[in-house]
Write a protein that binds this ligand. Structure first.
Ligand code: THU
Length: 131
């Protein structure tokens, strides 16, 4: 249940990346509230816009397994990048404010959170405005 387990899971997932166009391999791992870890990698497509990031692959896999609550996320890439805008919105929707660890190729880590990555986010509450 340590942070290192989550990071290792993301590093393993990075090895599965289908990044035949960019060669930019990304791995992600999300921990569900029950402690289970779900992994994801980026999956690219010749129709470039159809590419799915590692973060969304991990989260959608967890959702498909029935998970609805998450406690932390780790993302691994060579430079240790932070999630793209689309993934930030999806992370906010499914996880709310959770800690996120960004990891580079040397294993250096940077800590952030979904709220820091997407301030003033649009979310479910925004839909319930009475007219
Ligand atoms: N990518 C991710 O999987 N996650 C990120 O946080 C950034 C970008 C992927 C999408 C694409 O396959 C490749 O990295 C280059 O953008």
């Amino acid at each position: 249940m340590s942070k290192n387990d989550l990071i290792r899971a993301a590093q393993d997932a990075q090895k599965q990346a289908y990044a035949v166009y960019s060669n930019f391999c990304v791995g992600a791992a999300v921990r569900a509230a029950n402690g289970k870890i779900y992994q994801g990698c980026n999956v690219e497509n010749a129709s470039f816009g159809l590419t799915v990031c590692a973060e969304r692959t991990a989260l959608f896999t967890a959702i498909a397994a029935g998970e609805r609550e998450f406690s932390e996320l780790a993302v691994v890439s060579a430079p240790g990048v932070s999630p793209c805008g689309a993934c930030r919105q999806v992370i906010w929707e499914l996880c709310g404010d959770i800690p996120i660890t960004l990891v580079d190729a040397d294993g250096n880590t940077r800590e952030t959170s979904s709220a820091r990555l997407l301030p003033d986010a649009f979310g479910k509450e925004g839909l319930s405005h009475e007219t």
